[in-house]
Design a protein around this ligand. Structure first.
Ligand code: MRU
Length: 340
């Protein structure tokens, strides 16, 4: 099964908060349910947020009783607004909403035609994501050598996308190309996407993986135990990569220890209109930090900081792997100049 699927007016996905101990399938029939699933992290990971946002609008359209295109458009705009309020940092969500709304705006003919255009566009976003991830894997695999140990942070795998993954897509492709590799996965506090999701995916595929806590990254890098680092991204802006909290620490440590630091992400993650100072970094509830698996691990009432993402300046990035190839920071800057 793909991480998210459309089945005639129902969006089917897996509740990622329960993995790896329970496999709970969610069947959503309204855009509100999709928005709630995103807010509560049942659905997470930048490309998957894009696909889910598209499907949220597809549900709104499919179940709409609108009699005119104007009315349908109003409902879609309201649904898009609700989805925009779920999580602010990954640009893929906003990108997908714009893409589907644009289709609806340009629809000619009756309401039924507009509804089917919206659903088709959401389906397209989801199916393209799989091809894009495979292309990222193909371009990234040559960067990984036989015998490498590759560190990855958070989960940029099948579960963070519709299928295959971005950073884990590169690892999967290298493995499929016959390279004998090992993966080190950081646990990724506070929500443990690395220990719960990345190790689960890699074990399922039979790719050797070792779990470390986040604060062990410096030690393993300094001991020469890591040859490459590959992570995903939630937004790549003109001066930085924005990804799961802890990425910046690993990138700085990588430079200090001369280990290549690669970012694997689709072009839909690029935000060439903004620099990092203009991006809202999501702050999540204190509860995620003061509790570990529902057990209180801090004194009641302690002040907590819980940013979900951090900002890695491009000077720490060896290359960005995307569906069209490899971009070294200089080439990424050239791409920006060509766009503007
Ligand atoms: O808070 P999350 O779990 O949505 O954060 C996910 C990440 O930071 C991933 O590294 C990123 O979205 C890339 S996923 C291919």
């Amino acid at each position: 099964m793909k991480t998210i699927e459309w089945k005639e007016g129902i969006v089917v996905t897996i509740d990622q908060t329960k993995l790896p101990t329970e496999t709970i399938i969610l069947k959503m029939t309204s855009c509100g349910e999709v928005a709630e699933a995103i807010k509560t992290m049942k659905i997470r990971g930048a490309p998957l947020l894009g696909a889910a946002a598209g499907y949220g609008l597809a549900l709104a359209a499919y179940h709409s009783n609108a009699k005119t295109k104007g009315q349908l458009m109003k409902e879609l705009i309201a649904s898009a607004q609700a989805l925009r309020r779920t999580r602010p940092t990954a640009i893929n969500l906003f990108w997908a909403l714009e893409r589907v709304l644009e289709k609806a705006r340009g629809a000619e003919g009756d309401v039924a035609t507009a509804v089917s255009l919206v659903i088709d566009e959401a389906e397209k976003i989801a199916s393209e994501d799989v091809d894009i991830n495979k292309a990222i894997g193909k371009h990234g695999s040559p960067l990984i050598d036989d015998g490498d140990t590759v560190l990855t942070h958070c989960n940029a795998g099948r579960l963070a996308t519709v299928d295959y993954g971005t950073a884990l897509g590169v690892i999967r492709a290298a493995w499929k190309d016959g390279k004998n590799i090992n993966v080190i996965a950081t646990e990724t506090r506070p929500l443990l996407q690395g220990s719960r999701l990345t190790t689960y995916e890699l074990l399922q595929d039979g790719i050797p993986v070792t779990l470390i806590t986040d604060n062990m990254a410096g030690y393993v890098l300094s001991k020469g135990l890591i040859n490459k680092i590959v992570v995903g991204a939630d937004r790549i802006v003109t001066d930085a990569v924005i990804n799961k909290i802890g990425t910046y620490t690993i990138a700085v440590l990588a430079k200090e220890n001369n280990v290549p630091f690669y970012v694997a992400a689709p072009e839909s993650t690029f935000d060439l209109e903004r620099s990092s100072k203009n991006v809202l970094i999501e702050e999540r509830k204190a509860d995620e930090v003061v509790r570990f698996n529902d057990v209180l691990v801090a004194p009641t009432g302690v002040e907590v900081l819980n940013p979900a993402f951090d900002i890695t300046p491009l000077k720490y990035v060896s290359a960005i792997i995307y569906e069209k190839g490899i971009l070294h920071p200089k080439e990424f800057r050239r791409l920006q100049l060509n766009k503007n």
